[in-house]
Design a protein around this ligand. Sequence first.
Ligand SMILES: Cc1cc2nc3c(=O)[nH]c(=O)nc-3n(C[C@H](O)[C@H](O)[C@H](O)COP(=O)(O)OP(=O)(O)OC[C@H]3O[C@@H](n4cnc5c(N)ncnc54)[C@H](O)[C@@H]3O)c2cc1C
Length: 172
Amino acid sequence: MLPGGYSEFFSSLRAFLPPSRLLHDELSRLAYGTDASFYRLIPNLVVKVVSEEEIIRVLAESCRLRLPVTFRAAGTSLSGQSLSDSVLIVLAGAWKRYRINEDASRITLQPGVVGAHANVYLAPYRKKIGPDPASINSAMIGGYRRKQRQRHVLRHGAEQLQDDCLDEDHLR
Ligand SMILES: Cc1cc2nc3c(=O)[nH]c(=O)nc-3n(C[C@H](O)[C@H](O)[C@H](O)COP(=O)(O)OP(=O)(O)OC[C@H]3O[C@@H](n4cnc5c(N)ncnc54)[C@H](O)[C@@H]3O)c2cc1C
């Protein structure tokens, strides 16, 4: 049984999301109550979204019912940033598209792309994205966008690789 406004929220989301992407059983909530940090917050509802249209509708409903939401990409945050005791919105499997411009000076990435995968896409151009966290094999662009404000300039042989290969204005 979902508490308070969460029950109405769940019903409105059921109109356009399958049950498999709306988790509120004890075990799932417990599992999503941890990230890489040592904190724990148990969400009332976990919502897995695969499209922008879905996110727009989920956010509109959460605003209407005044229910706080938190996004999660890979969940490697170390200070509990990807935890919620309200609604946890998870980037489910999708959000993996990318585009590299003609001279490879810019890569456009969806938030579900893993950092190391972005570097694989750029490898033929001998470039890398700017952020280089130790969690690069798991952390995703959606999480970088919030966290990785510090900018690095990388060197590879004689060529200087600019961090503006990752253009934040084009991240979604
Ligand atoms: C072993 C290890 C090593 C690490 N090394 C480093 C390091 O070297 N440097 C460093 O800075 N950090 C490091 N971290 C911390 C963490 O990996 C980074 O903060 C990373 O950027 C988080 O990415 P994530 O995909 O896991 O995001 P999450 O943890 O899922 O989310 C991070 C934040 O972004 C928000 N968010 C996620 N997706 C979206 C979205 N689509 N839209 C809006 N907001 C969104 C979340 O709500 C949360 O606030 C490390 C963590 C681990 C476990």
